[in-house]
Design a protein around this ligand. Structure first.
Ligand SMILES: NC(=O)c1ccc[n+]([C@@H]2O[C@H](COP(=O)([O-])OP(=O)(O)OC[C@H]3O[C@@H](n4cnc5c(N)ncnc54)[C@H](O)[C@@H]3O)[C@@H](O)[C@H]2O)c1
Length: 417
C-alpha cells in the first residue's frame, strides 16, 4: 500500500485529537484522510470543516463509511461499549484498524477480537499510545535485556481529579453497562488504563509481551454519582514471578502526574509520565531524557500503524498485548464485586469555577502509605475500606458481573451535599 486512505470513525470527544493528528499526516503526504463518520457530526462543525477542507467525505454511520470504498483502513475514537463489536465487524470486512483503548472490557470479547484479527490477517493497533514513546521503549528494552535482573514489583499510581461535567459529557460515562454491553468505565478501563497496561507490559519478560495475573485481589469504590468505580487498588501475583500494585483515584483534591516504579533484583526504574526516566543502579540514580519528536505521542502511535499498513511491520500495541490488561481489570471486579459507595463522612463535595467535584478526603496520603507498605486500602484499616477476596484468574475465559448480563444495575441514589 503506497499512501493509505484513512477513514476516521468518531469525530467528537477524543476524536478531535484524531482529526488533528490525521490531518497533520495528510498534509505531510503520509496518508490521505478520505472519510469520517459520526452520527452526531453536525455538532462538531470546526472538525467537520477541517476534514472537508482536506477532501474527506463525512458520513452519518460507520457502515456507510466502510461501504463507500473510500478507505483502506480506519482509526476509531468511539464509545467504549461499541469497541469490541466494531473491531469484529472491521476484522470481518478485513479493514485494518487503530482502535482507541480499551480494545474490549471482557476477556471473552478480547479473545474474540484477537482471534478475528489473526484470522483476517490485518494490521490492528490499540490506542495505548505510550507504548510508542521512546522513554517507554527504552525502559522495556533494558528490563528485557536483564541488566537489572528480574522484575520483583511494579507499582503504578494515578492520582487524578474529575468533575461532574466529565461524567455528564456522554451517555456511557461512569457506567458498568449500557444497552446490554459492558462498559466498566472507571480508573481501570478508561482514564488510568494506560498505567495499568504499562505496568503489566514492564513486568513482562519478553519484548512484545506483558505479564499475566495469576492470583489477585482488588478493592473498587466510588464517590462520584456513578455505577462504576472512581477509586481502586489492586494487588496481583504475576506469571513472571513478579507482583503488581496498582493504585488509582479520580477523586483527589489536586491532579498529579501518574508514576510507575519498577523494582528489579539489581535496580529500580522510575517513570513519571513523560520523557525522562530515572534508573537507579548500585544506589546511584541517573536521569535520562528520551524526547518525543514534536512533543506529539499520537503521531508516533499512528506512525507505527501507518508503517504496518505500508510495509507490514508490527504495530507497537497489537490486540494480543492487551489481553492481560483486560484479565486484570475483570479480575479486579471479580475480587471486589460491584464498586462500593463510600460514606458522605469521608467526602468533600465542592464547586470549583465551572463544575462540581467530589474529593475523597486524604486519598493522596492513603495511597502514599499503601505504596510504602505494599498494602491495599483495607489492610491499612481505612474506615471506608472493605477487603476484596483473592481470586485465581490464571485460566479466565469468561467474565460476567451479573447472573443476568442483560440486566443493568440501577444508578446509586442521590446523596446529600
Ligand atoms: N488514548 C487516549 O489517551 C485517550 C484519551 C481520551 C479518550 N480516549 C478514548 O477515546 C474513546 C472515545 O472517548 P470519548 O470520551 O471521546 O467518547 P465520547 O462518547 O465523548 O465521543 C465518542 C464520539 O463517537 C461518536 N460515536 C458514537 N457511536 C458511534 C458510531 N457507532 N460510529 C461513529 N461514531 C460514533 C459520538 O457521537 C462521539 O462524537 C474511548 O475509547 C476513550 O477511552 C483515549
Amino acid at each position: 500500500m503506497k499512501t493509505p486512505r484513512i477513514g476516521l470513525i468518531g469525530i467528537g470527544g477524543f476524536g478531535s485529537a484524531h482529526v488533528e493528528h490525521l490531518g497533520l499526516l495528510h498534509e505531510r503526504g503520509e496518508i490521505r484522510l478520505t472519510a469520517a463518520a459520526d452520527p452526531a457530526f453536525p455538532q462538531f462543525r470546526k472538525s467537520v470543516e477541517h476534514l472537508k477542507s482536506l477532501g474527506a467525505r463525512i458520513f452519518e454511520s460507520s457502515r456507510e463509511l466502510l461501504e463507500s470504498g473510500l478507505v483502506d483502513a480506519v482509526t476509531c475514537a468511539t464509545p467504549i461499549p461499541v469497541h469490541a463489536s466494531m473491531e469484529l465487524d472491521l476484522a470481518e470486512r478485513r479493514i485494518p484498524f487503530y482502535m482507541e483503548k480499551p480494545p474490549a472490557v471482557t476477556i471473552q470479547d478480547m479473545d474474540r477480537v484477537i482471534e478475528a484479527v489473526q484470522k483476517a490477517g490485518i494490521p490492528a493497533a490499540i490506542g495505548f499510545q505510550f507504548l510508542s514513546m521512546p522513554s517507554i521503549k527504552a525502559i522495556k528494552q533494558r528490563i528485557v535485556e536483564g541488566r537489572y535482573g528480574a522484575v520483583k514489583e511494579v507499582i503504578a499510581t494515578g492520582i487524578w481529579k474529575r468533575f461532574e461535567i466529565y461524567y455528564n459529557r456522554t451517555s456511557w460515562a461512569g457506567k458498568l453497562m449500557e444497552n446490554g454491553a459492558y462498559v466498566l468505565d472507571g480508573t481501570l478501563f478508561n482514564p488510568l488504563s494506560h498505567i495499568l497496561h504499562l505496568a503489566l507490559y514492564f513486568a513482562g519478560t519478553e519484548l512484545n509481551k506483558a505479564a499475566n495475573p495469576v492470583n489477585m485481589r482488588a478493592e473498587l469504590y466510588h464517590i462520584h454519582r456513578i455505577q462504576s468505580e472512581d477509586t481502586s487498588c489492586v494487588e496481583a501475583e504475576l506469571d513472571t514471578g513478579g507482583r503488581l500494585f496498582f493504585y488509582a483515584t479520580l477523586c483527589a483534591g489536586k491532579q498529579l502526574t501518574p508514576e510507575i516504579i519498577v523494582e528489579l533484583e539489581k535496580g529500580t526504574v522510575r517513570w513519571t509520565g513523560g520523557t525522562t526516566v530515572s534508573f537507579i543502579e548500585n544506589g546511584e540514580e541517573k536521569t535520562e531524557s528520551f524526547p518525543v519528536p514534536e512533543d506529539r505521542v499520537h503521531l508516533l502511535a499512528f506512525g507505527s500503524f501507518i508503517e504496518a499498513l505500508r510495509s507490514g511491520t508490527p504495530v507497537d500495541c497489537p490486540p494480543e498485548l492487551c489481553r492481560s490488561f483486560v484479565q486484570t481489570g475483570n479480575g479486579a471486579f471479580l475480587s471486589s464485586g460491584l464498586p462500593r459507595e463510600i460514606s458522605e463522612r469521608y467526602i468533600r463535595r465542592v464547586h470549583e469555577n465551572w463544575s462540581r467535584t467530589a474529593e475523597l478526603i486524604g486519598i493522596r496520603q492513603i495511597i502514599r502509605r499503601a505504596i510504602r507498605e505494599r498494602a491495599l486500602f483495607s489492610d491499612l484499616e481505612i474506615p471506608w475500606a472493605v477487603p476484596g477476596r483473592w481470586v485465581d484468574v490464571s485460566n479466565m475465559q469468561e467474565f460476567n458481573l451479573y447472573e443476568d448480563p442483560q440486566s443493568e444495575p440501577p444508578l446509586p441514589p442521590p446523596k446529600g451535599r
